[in-house]
Design a protein. Structure first.
Lengths: 584, 352
């Protein structure tokens, strides 16, 4: 903003000297030249990952504050502080120091509540960011490895949340640990030893809080920090993806420069995220542990819920019928608790494995080795979108099942009926969600084709001399059209036959056959984008849409083709019917 | 696979890769595509065309930064004026005042910066070229040559024994950290402790948490008592013992009892069951008097106390283990023995 011709001010001189000092020792000038005006595309959905990053920074800031006052110890003390309800009660130092943080440290409660809300938002941002990446195909080559990094960050986020939730050593989190112990014990052969490994002997022991503390403030955040660094390094290396649009190609990146636009926008966004979390910490009470009491193995309260990101595990545990516990090899044999193992280990294992491996499965089915930097519109990849919605549906059904007692008490329904309904829904829901989503995607693609071929409806009705009425359509301009035709139509892979011309069986045929089958599952049902030839064909019989041109001829042509004449336009083109004909 | 040969010669050229491989694989139809029309027209903002709007936006940004300063000042004031105090109400007020001050301090900065960027900074989009991630064939060849040179310098290929010694020592040394860690981390590793509790013959049933012994005559029909063993607080690790030994005692009308887990394990309609759920170990604490059902609030396993605590619903498989009880000479409830099976969630060697 300053004028360049005037003599340098003192500030400018100092800046120049500092820059010179740094550059002589680091060569930082090269990095500044490279990155200062680096281009990033702009879209609201790209902010989801930023929310995750900034809520993590918020977690670090508030977390450091908390460690100054929290005592990670299970030594028993008798409470002597301002909170009358706990006066003289025996409790661990961890719980007592949490009370002290809440009642005696000014700003301590605020920091505790900010820390807890930030954790919930961190997980929510990770999940929605992952959904954005999934549904737009941002995980495709060359970003598959970054998808895996992000996936590991999701798991580490769960670990951070879980280990932190248990630290105050209140009765709720203690019961959470007890459930963990029960789940760990169900693991065949190693279970009991894993339980001893975690608790340093029998549950609850005296080690779990200090151990979780180390995991929570050193191990997991250290790993998260390192992987965030790697995640962002990959973003810079690959350059950010962009949504399709005019002028955007696989070979360019269109957006605004890092300095000044993203310095202001992204920097400002950190303050907004932190500010919103501070507002939540100020106005919304969370985890008031002073009401729960210290951990004691005996009491438990009804209607208690874990943090939202753990609810799906809780729901999974609740849905599993108990009959599936078996004793192997005779009456005094080994106990196999499938009633715990399946819901707590196998179900999340399947969900997470599908999520982690999806990019590799899709690229195998697509047979595509190219780099992709332009994002997909979700409608243009019906299988992927349907699959993602199905996975989410399964997740949300489990979340709801984890709240089945609250549903029962709030809506006055039978807990047992709700549980049975969810047991069926867990299998039917994702399937139905897949079918419906895929159909919606195909429908939206048909609508896109329709718009490209015939233009916008204008509401103008014209009557021909022949007496026929038609509605005038306004053709799309090149930019509107490009958005709807830019994507590739992916078709199922074609493979070479099993035997060569001499009848010798080809090696690798079975793998190819598998790939072809998978590819058919992905891409058999599809609507292909309009091609220029199709548009030209549609215009040649759609001349009537352009007013004033040969009005007599057009209807005759339509009739000649045997198309419906009512709207003056065909609803589907021949090619589309062909592609669609493979559907059933 | 038919396309690998075309990598290399133009990899470093920025290019629109859309359709190239697919076109080779799927025939020539992918060529029939629309052309990218290039950038659309730029739409100016109000602050670009109206100097008045531009000035107004600048004033708004200044006002937002000012709000942030006021927020910080408010926070400092609240820190000194409103300590959390002795009551829940004063704690809430302190939290609210501090939190609002912090929120305004942060949101002011954030909204100001974003508003500045959106309304006043240059909003013409710029384009930058992308380059293929793959390094060129020449670079690859040089990288391979560098590795070969290094391997040759070390002569590792010809020294098999050395290679073996290197790999073995690297593979073995982590044991020095892992061994003491694994050895010590699980205390004594004696997992059979899961199978016993501190209940024993003639140990009195006492009320949780006071530790007062229970007279059979004091327990009325339909009532529920949360029970701990006598002398729990004198043990070495009271919480560990309590986590296994808690018991729920219910007095039923003796005619309602359909079954028990052992002959003579109840006393005059008084039955005692482990309170630790056989599913994953939550305390089973919700008793419904008219159905004799005991519900675990964690995962809703439901047990029928009148029928040997058999599972009637939910994810648990086994009944809650029954504690055999009787009365001593003074009429106090005492245990006949420890539980006859391990309490709590299942584990692999539970029955061994």
């Amino acid at each position: 903003m300053s004028t360049t011709t005037s003599a340098p001010t003192g500030g400018q001189k100092a800046a120049a000297k500092t820059a010179d000092y740094l550059d002589q020792r680091t060569g930082i000038g090269g990095a500044v030249k490279e990155f200062a005006r680096k281009i990033f595309p702009d879209h609201w959905s790209f902010l989801l990952g930023e929310i995750a990053l900034y809520s993590f920074v918020t977690l670090l800031i508030s977390g450091v504050f908390l460690t100054m006052f929290f005592v990670p110890s299970m030594n028993e003390v008798h409470y002597d502080g301002p909170w009358p309800a706990m006066q003289g009660v025996e409790m661990s130092e961890a719980y007592a120091s949490t009370l002290r943080l809440s009642f005696e440290v000014t700003g301590g409660l605020l920091m505790r509540q900010i820390h807890h809300w930030a954790a919930l938002i961190f997980m929510a941002a990770i999940v929605t960011h992952m959904m954005r990446v999934f549904f737009t195909g941002a995980f495709r080559k060359p970003r598959e490895l970054n998808w895996v990094v992000g996936f590991v960050l999701l798991i580490l986020g769960l670990a951070a949340g879980f280990s932190g939730y248990s630290l105050p050593d209140d009765v709720l989190s203690g019961n959470g640990l007890r459930i963990t112990d029960g789940v760990v014990r169900s693991i065949p052969i190693l279970g009991s030893y894993l339980s001893y490994f975690i608790f340093g002997g029998e549950f609850p022991g005296h080690d779990i809080i200090p151990r979780l503390f180390t995991v929570h403030i050193l191990l997991v955040p250290g790993l998260i920090l390192a992987l965030i660094g790697l995640h962002l390094f990959f973003v810079v290396l690959h350059k950010h993806t962009q949504y399709p649009g005019s002028g955007r190609t696989n070979a360019n990146v269109v957006g605004y420069p890092l300095f000044p636009v993203y310095v202001a926008k992204a920097g400002g966004y950190f303050f907004i995220v932190f500010g919103v979390i501070a507002l939540m910490g100020a106005t919304m009470s969370i985890n008031p542990v002073w009401n729960y009491g210290p951990y004691d193995p005996s009491p438990v309260s009804a209607g208690a819920q874990p943090d939202w990101y753990m609810l799906f595990l809780e729901g999974s545990l609740r849905l599993m019928p108990g009959q599936t516990e078996y004793v192997l090899f005779g009456p005094d044999g080994w106990t196999l608790s499938l009633n715990v193992l399946i819901p707590a280990v196998v179900v999340p294992g399947v969900l997470f494995t599908l999520l982690a491996l999806y990019p590799f499965v899709e690229s195998f089915a697509t047979g595509d080795k190219r780099e992709h930097h332009v994002l997909d519109r979700p409608r243009n990849r019906p299988f992927r979108t349907g699959f993602g919605v199905a996975l989410l549906t399964a997740f949300f059904i489990l979340v709801l099942a984890g709240s089945n007692d609250l549903i029962a008490t709030h809506f006055h329904m039978s807990l047992n009926d709700i549980t049975w309904a969810f047991r069926f829904l867990l299998f039917l829901g994702p399937w139905a969600a897949f079918v419906v989503t895929k159909r919606i995607c195909l429908g939206l693609q048909r609508k896109d084709r329709e718009l490209v071929l015939h233009g916008h409806e204008t509401g103008q009705i014209v009557r021909f001399a022949s007496g026929e009425y038609i509605e005038v359509h306004k053709p799309l301009d090149a930019h509107e059209r490009w958005l709807r035709v830019q994507h590739d139509a992916i078709r199922p892979v074609e493979i070479e036959p099993a035997e060569d011309s001499r009848g010798v069986r080809r090696t690798g045929y079975r793998l190819d056959r598998m790939r072809q089958r998978l590819s058919q599952v992905f891409y058999e049902d599809r609507i292909e984008p309009v091609t220029p030839a199709e548009l030209a064909a549609s215009h040649s019989h759609g001349e009537h849409d352009a007013l004033g041109s040969d009005q007599e001829k057009a209807p005759a042509q339509l009739l000649g083709e045997g198309a419906p004449t009512g709207g003056g336009r065909r609803l589907r083109s021949e090619d589309e019917t062909d592609a669609d004909g493979r559907n059933s | 696979m038919s396309t690998t040969h075309d990598h290399g010669h133009d990899e470093l050229e920025p290019r629109d890769t859309a359709g190239s491989d697919l076109a080779l694989r799927q025939g020539d139809d992918a060529v029939d595509k629309f052309e990218n029309p290039g950038f659309g027209p730029h739409r100016p903002r109000r602050s670009d065309v109206e100097p008045e709007a531009n000035k107004r936006a600048e004033r708004q940004v200044v006002a937002l930064f000012t709000i942030s300063i006021l927020g910080t000042l408010g926070f400092i004031t609240a820190y000194f004026a409103l300590p959390p105090g002795e009551t829940i109400a004063s704690m809430r007020v302190s939290n609210l005042a501090l939190g609002l001050g912090l929120a305004f301090a942060l949101l002011g900065i954030g909204l100001a910066a974003v508003h500045w960027a959106k309304s006043l900074m240059n909003d013409h989009e710029k384009a930058e070229d992308r380059h293929a991630q793959r390094s060129s064939d020449q670079t690859r060849a040089e990288a391979v040559a560098a590795l070969k040179d290094g391997a040759q310098d070390s002569a590792i290929g010809r020294r098999g024994v050395l290679k073996g010694a290197l790999v073995s020592s690297l593979a073995l040394f982590p044991l020095t950290i892992a061994l003491p860690l694994i050895g010590e981390v699980g205390e004594d590793w004696n997992v059979s402790k899961f199978k016993r509790t501190m209940w024993a013959r003639n140990k009195k049933l006492t009320i949780d948490p006071t530790g007062r012994p229970i007279k059979a005559s004091d327990v009325t029909i339909g009532s529920v008592v949360h029970v701990i063993p006598e002398g729990l607080h004198e043990t070495e690790a009271p919480l560990d013992e309590k986590a296994k030994a808690v018991v729920l005692l219910v007095r039923l009308d003796p005619r309602d009892i359909k079954s028990e887990q052992g002959e003579g394990w109840s006393y005059d309609g008084i039955v005692a069951f482990s309170k630790i759920c056989t599913h994953v170990g939550c305390p089973v604490a919700l008793y419904e008097q008219h159905t004799h059902h005991l519900l675990c609030p964690c995962h809703q396993s439901t047990f029928d106390v009148a029928d040997g605590a058999k599972v009637v619903f939910g994810p648990a498989k086994r009944p809650l283990p029954q504690l055999p009880i009787t009365v001593d000479d003074e009429g106090y409830l005492v245990a006949q023995s420890d539980f006859h099976e391990p309490i709590g969630p299942s584990f692999w060697e539970r029955l061994r």
